[in-house]
Design a protein around this ligand. Structure first.
Ligand code: PHE
Length: 330
């Protein structure tokens, strides 16, 4: 009697220790099989039952079953403990520090020309000007003829025109919009026209495509003083309240009197654009009576303004698509 019972107690104690020592789930599975498997120690005890005297068989059989249940329960518990430990370890290893700064995706920037153009448009909108669009391929009439450029007059050469088939040109300036916007409209009106223009010109400060913005205002009693006042307000908005302007008498076929204007930037005069009172003949060409209505107009390079603002030395840098240029002024 003492034999098998003591064996079972020892077996149980041994199983308990072995299961507790199992350090991983596979190891535990192996240990469990060592005691409960078909060739395991407990099966050995059960197989030996037949050799016991009948009065002991039932008792030892029951004890063996209890031992089996106990080992199974211990194995289950140990398995759960191991699995939990594993989950804890995995969580600790893959801990996510949500306080770490995130990796910012690269930020896009507006092109310097776009930035200046938007700033310019916003300024003129605040003065009540509306934006007028015009085509980049236009008739010779809108780009030259109606603007008082005589046929075959050398004035046309000053603009290094790209001619297109069918009597059209790539517009050489945004002044073509004056004709389109004024024809068929009754003053007063105030417009700006930003956009691309084209001239056959290529060196570090010239590019065959560049941007201009044109402003024109037609009303009764518009004078050169209004033109200067508007240009001063515009320049000071862009370059600061102390900005100085200089007007140099000049010739444009579509304005009279005409001037070129420069602004003082840091330590020198920079050429900014052209301006003048809209020529009476241009008003007449658009069906406006110059005895009653007068207007001023001016136009300047947007790219030049961006280059001056950010000290960009070469106009080509603006159009070669190098994102670093855009980032630096972003
Ligand atoms: N269109 C002229 C140019 O491109 C500039 C200008 C605009 C001059 C309006 C006078 C009035 O040089």
């Amino acid at each position: 009697m003492a034999g098998p019972a003591r064996n079972l107690d020892e077996l149980l104690a041994e199983a308990e220790a072995a299961l507790a020592a199992a350090a991983s789930v596979p190891e535990l599975t192996e240990t469990r099989a060592r005691f409960l498997g078909r060739k395991g120690s407990l099966s050995g005890v059960l197989r030996g039952l037949g050799e016991l005297p009948p009065e002991e068989r039932a008792r030892v059989g029951q004890e063996a079953n209890r031992a089996k249940e106990r080992i199974e329960a211990l194995a289950r518990e140990r398995r759960e403990a191991l699995e939990q430990e594993g989950r804890g370890r995995a969580l600790a290893e893959h801990r996510l520090d949500v306080t770490l700064p995130g990796a910012a995706p690269p930020r896009g920037h507006l092109h310097p020309v776009t930035r200046i153009e938007r700033e310019m448009c916003a300024f003129f909108r605040s003065l009540g000007y509306s934006i007028e669009d015009g085509p980049e391929v236009d008739t010779d009439h809108n780009n030259f003829g109606a603007l008082n450029f005589p046929d075959d007059h050398p004035a046309r050469d000053t603009q290094d025109t790209f001619f297109v088939e069918g009597g059209h040109v790539l517009r050489t300036h945004t002044s073509n919009v004056q004709i389109r916007a004024m024809t068929g409209r009754t003053p007063p009106f105030r417009f700006i026209a930003p956009g691309r223009v084209y001239r056959h010109d290529l060196d570090p400060t010239h590019y065959p495509m560049f941007h201009q913005i044109e402003a024109f205002c037609v009303d009764e009693d518009v004078t050169f003083a209004d033109l200067k006042g508007t240009l001063y307000a515009f320049a000071r908005h862009l370059f600061g309240p102390d900005t100085k302007l200089r007007f140099r008498a000049h010739f444009f076929p579509f304005t009279e009197p005409s001037a070129e204007m420069d602004f003082w930037w840091k330590d020198r005069w920079l050429e900014w654009g052209g301006c003048g009172m809209i020529h009476p003949q241009v008003l007449r060409n658009c069906g406006i009576d110059p005895e009653r209505h007068q207007g001023f107009a001016f136009g300047m390079g947007i790219d030049r303004t961006a280059m001056d603002r950010w000290a960009i030395p070469n106009i080509h840098l603006l159009f070669e698509g190098d994102a670093r240029v855009v980032e630096q002024v972003g």
